[in-house]
Write a protein that binds this ligand. Structure first.
Ligand code: IPE
Ligand code: IPE
Ligand code: MG
Length: 250
């Protein structure tokens, strides 16, 4: 049987109904993709940029509201300096190359993480694209850079503690909703679907708070080979899940 064309998968998604509002992706496997081809790792990262374009366009077609991509973790700063600097150059290049296109597609780009750690040029590029696309509302693209979920939670706890210490907040007023307001993802619904590529079965310090009831989909495909068809496959799988949230089905 011939593989179904993305258009077929797309119409099946539409027939099924319930599209995930928020899709999060741990984009993994660039290094292995390069190694398989005896190429240097940075070429794997470069090749992964087209997959980003694919999933952004796919998300728009399906009608996803928020797409969250894990691009660079706090732990990734500990990789060899040459790889870190290659990744930083690619970040700047990605913004340079894609900002106008993303803007014209109606994508609001939001970068989340400890952005102070970025070199000045990347920091400026990040600020520029966020400003340029701030008013767009077709798709919100969250790019997690220099991000770690534990640090995000600690940061939220500190903010709340400071408000308590200043007498503006009582400890008993802190609840799930208030805590979530202090996270980078403030204003976004929790992810409905988390995709991790390259077959790894772990969270790697991504969105620990927000993933509480997210459906997880592990794809064996390496990130540079991930395309719209793979995204649609994950969404179709999601549409057949029985989300119970700890309850008994009605
Ligand atoms: C994901 O690919 C991109 C980043 C973490 C920046 P990897 O670089 O982790 O690729 P593998 O896991 O070594 O194959
Ligand atoms: C997770 O991938 C981080 C990103 C995709 C940005 P890693 O490759 O860094 O995670 P581990 O080391 O396999 O857990
Ligand atoms: Mg990896």
């Amino acid at each position: 049987m011939a593989a179904s064309a993305p258009a077929d998968l797309l119409s099946q998604i539409r027939v099924n109904g319930a599209v995930p509002r928020h899709v999060a992706i741990i984009m993994d496997g660039n290094g292995r993709w390069a190694k398989d081809r005896m190429l240097p790792r940075p070429l794997g990262h470069r090749s992964g940029m087209k997959s980003v374009r694919e999933v952004v366009e796919g998300a728009i077609e399906v009608g996803v509201e928020v797409l969250s991509l894990f691009a660079f973790s706090q732990e990734n700063w500990q990789r060899p300096a040459t790889e870190v600097s290659a990744l930083m150059s690619l970040l700047e290049e990605y913004i340079q190359r894609e900002a106008d296109e993303l803007d014209s597609q109606g994508v609001q780009v939001v970068m989340l993480g400890e952005l102070d750690r970025l070199p000045a040029a990347q920091r400026a590029a990040v600020d520029r694209v966020m400003k340029q696309t701030a008013k767009n509302s077709k798709l919100r693209l969250n790019l997690f850079i220099s991000y770690g979920a534990r640090a995000e939670i600690v940061r939220a706890a500190r903010t709340l503690a400071a408000e308590v210490a200043a007498g503006r907040l009582k400890p008993e007023e802190i609840d799930d909703a208030l805590f979530a307001e202090k996270l980078f993802t403030v204003g976004c619904p929790d992810p409905d679907l988390l995709i991790r590529t390259s077959g790894e079965q772990r969270i790697s310090n991504f969105l620990l708070w927000q993933l509480a009831y997210t459906e997880i989909y592990i794809s064996s495909v390496l990130w540079p080979d991930f395309d719209r068809r793979e995204l649609y496959g994950a969404i179709l799988d999601y549409q057949n899940r029985d989300r119970r949230f700890g309850r008994v089905p009605a």
